[in-house]
Structures are given as structure tokens and as C-alpha cells.
Write a protein that binds this ligand. Structure first.
Ligand code: GLA
Length: 733
């Protein structure tokens, strides 16, 4: 089957996936209009929905002559530029050599190819030749010679369509691009809500739903990273869409820097959407013959609510975005020493924790911040990637060898993008930090961003880090990033190129990460930015897991992990059992509950194992075994959100189901103890109605239909924050 077709007579592009259709049409004066994105419509071409009406103050292109009804200001389009009588938000803003800002994009040509396009130096979904098709539509500004190559990647079996734009200057004069969104799309009149994921450090990806009224609505980041504050994943949906019902559209930007997701509901209720690099302090000059590629937006459509939309993203990322060999393999269960020791450790203390880790059945020890330079606090030493021999007597390779010797893997924390003023690196190269000449720098966590847009800087840092990783034969790296980008000025670039610094910074991060994954294909790579400050599709291209939040409190994590699950696979969320009272919230929760919550992610521990009671060690051993039993479901099963922590429920529940529907685990937390309590029922989803399932704890057997429709009671528990776990397996009875 051909998934992308061009219907010559009607001039319609028809893009299909198994459960969605996307159509565009070349209309009068070579204008590319958007026709439809939604449920499959058979062979129909949706050309009759566009009604051209003369609207006051919506002007007309010169070629339209006396036709006052054809206006770019009211037509639904695919990719538009400022300065052509379309006064809504536009995807492209340029400055032409004469100082004008108009680029009038007209359809020129198209090409359909097997396989998926790729983007140079940028993360993007990949595909084998038979897994995807690419459509490239070329729009041209005939005056300046600027071409916009609109790229569409169609993944029929994943129900995903990706978009990106390559801008090419085929004219003779330089053109400065001031805004280059990755995609733009228009909805016909429709009342839409936006579901987005806002937050802060220690409380990332909180879910919020907003009605899109007339005017503009946006979320974005100008922090140089995607940020804790707004996630580059947004859902647009009908007003009645919910978890298991209704139309919704996902927009995910695979990019780790400044971003903007913007919408405008116009004068007649159409909604325009655009997503891409934030135009704040962005400019990119294209000399004759040069090109610029935008990052990719990964779009998905579900007619069955948010749950289905999330499962589309989970599957798509696991199979065609994350490249690590660990994506489908059991991940080592780790212990990380950050919350156990912070900066206060030596080789003996670390080794004892590692021994205890082995003793309770863990697979890997991760040495966090503080092992290098003179790093005894967070004021200093970033940039000095040599072992601190005062703390680690005998050196890191010897410690790593000892840890390997007891049968554990060994992992290391690094923060390659940073420099401390109190470091040998800064003393030697003060100009290697991003700073604006003549101005005092803004510090954050006392540190500065390295100017990694400079090749010599990134090479120096990576060579230092490679040396350490080689010497201790590291099995895992946690790549951290603990401040927003600021003092944005590169001494290595001329004045007129300073608008490129933010994007060049992100390209540099990608180049550094690429060098790491190429050099160590077997390394398990976890990315991190003060917890979940860079939890997005861009990072997943390099690392199969991301530290979800610096907040390890099990109850706060219910919301953080719930919000994260909308756009990202559960197997990507780093989640650890930590000590109580919790270091971030001061809350005390049962050890088992902490285990249940951390099991909805890549499981690990982050506490001083030496200080655990015998009882806790016994529970930890059981937790580890239980996690290993369900790990394949976390990694490759289907995920269902059953009960929402953002609503006033007594409990929160989620569920994993194997792809063959023969196994399911329902987990959750009963939040508050109640006297004389209600009997709460839970209703698993995604089972085979006719299959019989045994509750492995009681041996009782139920049909899938009975479980899903009639439900079962939650256990009666006393005390707050009680754990819930049910396992059902299909039986032939
Ligand atoms: C960040 C990370 C933490 C820890 C510290 C170390 O905050 O998110 O997990 O590694 O840095 O400084």
C-alpha cells in the first residue's frame, strides 16, 4: 500500500496512517492549504470544507484581481510567512537583503520517497525503508529564491506523522531567518482545549487543561533548555475528550533548547498551531546556497482519548526514536549515592554502599556529583574532569575495578556543559564561559555555561571525560545540566551572528552526546537536568532514560510521573526509592509504597543502604524481585492511567498490560486513611474480554470482561499512603 499519494487532478496530498488521515491541497495561485487531519475517511478527498468569503480587512493577493473572497488571512494553510496579508501567527519570519520581511511561499514541486528523511545534527525519528514514507513539498519565494522544503515523515503502523522544514537560500543575496517554526497547521472552526505540562524544579510536568478562546495562547521556554517549566509536548483536543474517549492531537518537539508552541484562534474561530524553536533572540543568516534545518515535530492523532494517544507515543519512541540497545533489554537496577552522601564521601564509604547493593540484589552502583576536581560543594570544580584523589584514594579506576570485582556494574555522573569560576579550567580559560562583555554574569547554582558552541571547548571537555570513562570502564553515564542558559554571547562569533548562539548551543550538546553514544555503544546513558528539566523527545534520541525529577517523594512523584506519561514511555522515567522523611518534601511514606511508585519507571535506589534496617533490606530484596518480574511490562507493555492524581480521588492507579494481553499488573497508592471507608472498585483496561485471568495472589479466576466491566474492590487498608498491587495472568481454565 502507498501511504502517501498525490491526486494530480484535485492537486491533493493524501497522507495516511492506519488510524489517521492528513490532507493538503494546492489551490489558486499555488497556495498550499491544509484540508484535514483526523480519523480515516476512506478514499474521500476533503476538499469541500473550505469556503472563501469576502471578509473586511482581510486583503487579497495581487493575482486574485477582483476576487475579494480569496484571502491568505482566512485560508487554512500549511506553512506561512509574515508580510503577505495573513495577520495571524506565521511559521516563517525573514529579513530580506533590502530590509523587508516578506517571503511569499508558493507551491513549486514535491517528491515522495520510501523511508524517512533525517536531519543533520538533530534528533529525529528514524525508520527502515519499509517502515515509513517521506513527502517533501517545496514552497518558493520567487522574489528572493528562499525555498521552504516541508518534510513529512509518515509512519503508517505507528500512527505518527513527523514534520520539519529545511530552508534553503537559492537566491543571490543573504537572507536572515528570524523565526523558523518546524510546523504550522490550521483547524477549521472547532472548540478546542490545550492540555499542557507545566511545572518547576522538583515538580515537573503538572497537567493543566485550558480552553482556547479567541486570541493567542502559547507555552515555551527561553531558558536555553526545554525546561522544568513548560514541556515541549502539548495536546489539543475536543472539549469532551478524556482518557478513554474523544479526538486528540499530540505535538511533540524533538528539541532540547528554546521552544514555542503557539496557537491563535482567529476572527472566525479557526485555530492555527505552530511549533518550533522560540524566535526570542534567534536569527540565522543564510548566505547564497546555504540551508537551515528546523528540529522535528512528532504529531499523533487518537480518536480514542488521551490513553490511546500516549500509547502511540510510547510505542513510537521505543521503536523509532530511542536508539539505545537497552530500549528492549532489562536495565541494571542501580543505587545512586547522591541522596545517600551528597558531597560527603570517600572511597571506603562508596565501596561499602556498593557491597551492600550487591548484598540486596542490585546490579549497578552510580557515583554521582563530587568525584572530580576539588568538588566538595557546588561552588567549584565543574570543568575539572579529573578524579579527586583526596576523596577517592587510590583513584577512580581502582575503585571501579573493586566494584566490578564484586559483580556490580559501575556508573558515573558528569556535567559536561558547565564551568565553575573556582576551577582550574576557568583560571586557564576565563573566556570559555558564556558571558556578555562588560556585564557581570548571572550565576545559577554558582556556575556558568560553557561556550560549547566553540569546537575546542567541547573537544577539550569530551576528551577529558572519555579518558575517565575509558580508565574506569564505565557501564553507565548520567549527563546532568544544572542551570538555565544565560549570559548569551559567544566571543567566538561576530555581532551579527549572536542570534545563533542558543541554537548552536543545542547543536553542540547533540554533537557531544553523539560522540559519547558512538564511542560507547554499550553504555547505558541517562540524561538529566536538575531532574526533569530536559525531559523531551530530543534527549530520548541519545539516552533511553531521563532522571524524571530531583523530587523522590513518592506522593509528589504520582503527579510528576502521571504528567510525564502523557508524552513519554514509562521505561524512560528514572525513578528511585529514597529515604524518609523525604529530603525534598519532608513526608514519610511506607517503604513498600516508595517501591511501587519507583517501579513505574526505570527502577533504582537513592539512599544510604548502610543505614537501612534489616526489615527494609528484606523489603528491598522483595521489591527488586517483584520489579524484575514486571520489568518487561514497564519496558514494552501498554500503559493505562486508571485514576488521576490531579483529581480529588482517594487513590491513584495505573496499569501495565503485555502486548499479547496475557499479563497485567495494576499498581497504585491509597492516599488517605478513612474511618468506616467506602469500598472502592478498580476497573482494569486493555484486557481480552474473553480471556480468563488469575489473580496471582488469591488464585481466583475472572474473565477479562468481568474485570474490566464489573471491577474488583481495592483492599481495605489502614494508614495513609498504602501500596496497591494486583497481578493477573491468563489461564486456560
Ligand atoms: C542534579 C541532579 C541530581 C544530582 C545533583 C548533583 O540536581 O538532578 O540527581 O545528580 O544534580 O549535583
Amino acid at each position: 500500500m502507498e501511504w502517501i499519494k498525490y491526486h494530480e487532478a484535485e492537486k491533493v496530498f493524501d497522507l495516511r496512517t492506519e488510524h489517521s488521515t492528513y490532507q493538503m491541497q494546492v489551490r489558486e495561485y499555488d497556495t498550499l492549504v491544509h484540508l484535514y487531519y483526523g480519523s480515516p475517511v476512506g478514499d474521500a478527498l476533503i476538499t469541500d470544507r473550505i469556503v472563501c468569503v469576502d471578509r473586511g480587512f482581510s486583503g487579497n493577493p495581487y493575482e486574485a484581481e477582483k476576487d475579494k473572497t480569496f484571502s491568505l488571512d482566512t485560508l487554512p494553510q500549511e506553512y506561512t510567512a509574515y508580510g503577505n496579508g495573513d495577520y495571524r501567527i506565521n511559521g516563517l519570519e525573514t529579513e530580506q537583503a533590502d530590509g523587508s520581511d516578506t517571503a511569499n511561499l508558493k507551491f513549486e514541486s514535491y517528491e515522495i520517497t520510501k523511508g524517512k528523511y533525517s536531519l543533520k545534527g538533530l534528533p529525529a525519528m528514524f525508520a527502515k525503508e519499509d517502515e515509513a514514507e517521506t513527502l517533501e513539498i517545496v514552497l518558493t519565494d520567487r522574489v528572493s529564491g528562499l525555498k521552504a522544503h516541508l518534510l513529512y515523515g509518515v509512519f503508517p503502523h505507528l500512527d505518527v506523522i513527523t514534520r520539519a522544514v529545511r530552508l534553503e537560500n537559492t537566491g543571490t543575496a543573504p537572507i536572515t531567518v528570524k523565526k523558523a517554526m518546524s510546523m504550522e497547521m490550521d483547524y477549521e472552526y472547532r472548540e478546542l482545549d490545550a492540555v499542557h505540562f507545566y511545572g518547576r524544579h522538583n515538580m515537573e510536568r503538572q497537567m493543566e487543561r485550558t480552553h482556547l478562546g479567541h486570541g493567542n495562547w502559547s507555552v515555551g521556554s527561553i531558558r536555553g533548555t526545554s525546561s522544568h517549566h513548560h514541556n515541549p509536548f502539548v495536546i489539543l483536543c475536543d472539549r469532551n475528550t478524556e482518557e478513554t474517549y474523544g479526538d486528540c492531537y499530540g505535538y511533540a518537539l524533538a528539541y532540547s533548547g528554546n521552544f514555542l508552541f503557539e496557537t491563535e484562534v482567529d476572527q472566525v474561530g479557526h485555530t492555527r498551531v505552530a511549533m518550533g524553536i522560540h524566535p526570542y533572540h534567534f536569527s540565522w543568516t543564510l548566505e547564497q546556497g546555504e540551508s537551515f534545518e528546523t528540529p522535528e515535530v512528532i504529531m499523533a492523532y487518537s480518536a480514542e482519548g488521551f490513553g490511546k494517544l500516549s500509547r502511540i507515543y510510547h510505542d513510537a519512541y521505543r521503536s523509532n526514536l530511542i536508539r539505545s540497545k537497552y530500549t528492549e533489554q532489562p536495565r541494571p537496577i542501580l543505587v545512586n549515592n547522591w541522596e545517600a552522601t551528597y558531597f560527603d564521601f570517600d572511597a571506603d564509604k562508596i565501596y561499602h554502599i556498593a557491597e551492600e547493593a550487591k548484598n540486596i540484589g542490585l546490579d549497578m552502583f552510580v557515583l554521582d556529583d563530587g568525584w572530580f576536581g576539588k568538588r566538595d560543594n557546588d561552588w567549584c570544580a565543574l570543568g575539572d574532569w579529573e578524579v579527586n584523589e583526596e576523596k577517592i584514594k587510590g583513584g577512580l579506576p581502582a575503585l571501579a575495578e573493586k566494584i566490578h570485582g564484586i559483580g556490580l556494574k559501575f556508573g558515573l555522573w558528569v556535567e559536561p556543559e558547565m564551568i565553575s569560576e573556582d576551577s582550574d579550567l576557568y583560571r586557564e580559560h576565563p573566556d570559555w564561559a558564556l558571558k556578555i562583555p562588560g556585564r557581570a554574569m548571572n550565576r545559577s547554582r554558582h556556575q556558568l555555561n560553557l561556550d560549547i558552541t566553540r569546537k575546542e571547548v567541547r573537544e577539550h571537555i569530551m576528551n577529558q571525560i572519555f579518558k575517565v570513562l575509558d580508565a574506569c570502564k564505565a557501564d553507565y553515564v548520567k549527563w546532568d545540566m544544572n542551570r538555565s542558559v544565560d549570559n548569551v554571547f559567544s566571543a567566538a562569533l561576530p555581532k551579527e551572528r549572536q542570534g545563533e548562539v542558543y541554537h548552536r548551543y543545542v547543536l553542540a550538546v547533540y554533537e557531544m552526546m553523539e560522540s559519547l553514544v558512538q564511542r560507547y555503544p554499550d553504555l547505558l546513558f541517562e540524561s538529566c537536568s536538575g531532574g526533569g528539566g530536559r525531559f523531551e523527545a530530543g534527549m530520548l534520541y541519545y539516552s533511553p532514560q531521563i532522571w524524571c525529577s530531583d523530587n523522590t517523594d513518592a506522593i509528589d512523584r504520582l503527579k510528576i510521573q502521571y504528567g510525564t506519561s502523557f508524552g513519554y514511555p514509562i521505561s524512560a522515567m528514572g525513578a528511585h526509592v529514597s529515604v524518609c522523611p523525604n529530603h525534598q518534601s519532608g513526608r514519610t511514606t511506607p517503604f513498600e509504597t516508595r517501591g511501587i511508585v519507583a517501579s513505574a519507571g526505570t527502577f533504582g535506589y537513592e539512599l544510604d543502604l548502610m543505614k537501612m534496617s534489616e526489615e527494609e533490606k528484606k523489603t528491598a530484596r522483595e521489591q527488586i524481585l517483584k520489579y524484575k518480574e514486571m520489568e518487561h511490562l514497564v519496558q514494552s507493555g501498554d500503559y493505562y492511567r486508571l485514576v488521576n492524581p490531579f483529581e480529588n480521588n482517594n487513590h491513584v492507579l495505573w496499569q501495565f498490560v503485555s502486548k499479547d494481553k496475557k499479563e497485567t499488573v495494576v499498581c497504585g497508592v491509597r492516599l488517605h486513611s478513612e474511618a468506616n471507608p467506602y469500598i472502592y472498585l478498580f476497573y482494569p483496561q486493555g484486557l481480552d474480554a474473553d480471556m480468563k485471568y488469575e489473580d496471582t495472589a488469591t488464585g481466583k479466576v475472572y474473565t477479562g470482561a468481568a474485570l474490566m466491566k464489573a471491577g474488583l474492590p481495592l483492599p481495605l487498608t489502614t494508614g495513609d499512603y498504602q501500596p496497591i498491587r494486583f497481578t493477573f495472568k491468563a489461564v486456560e481454565k
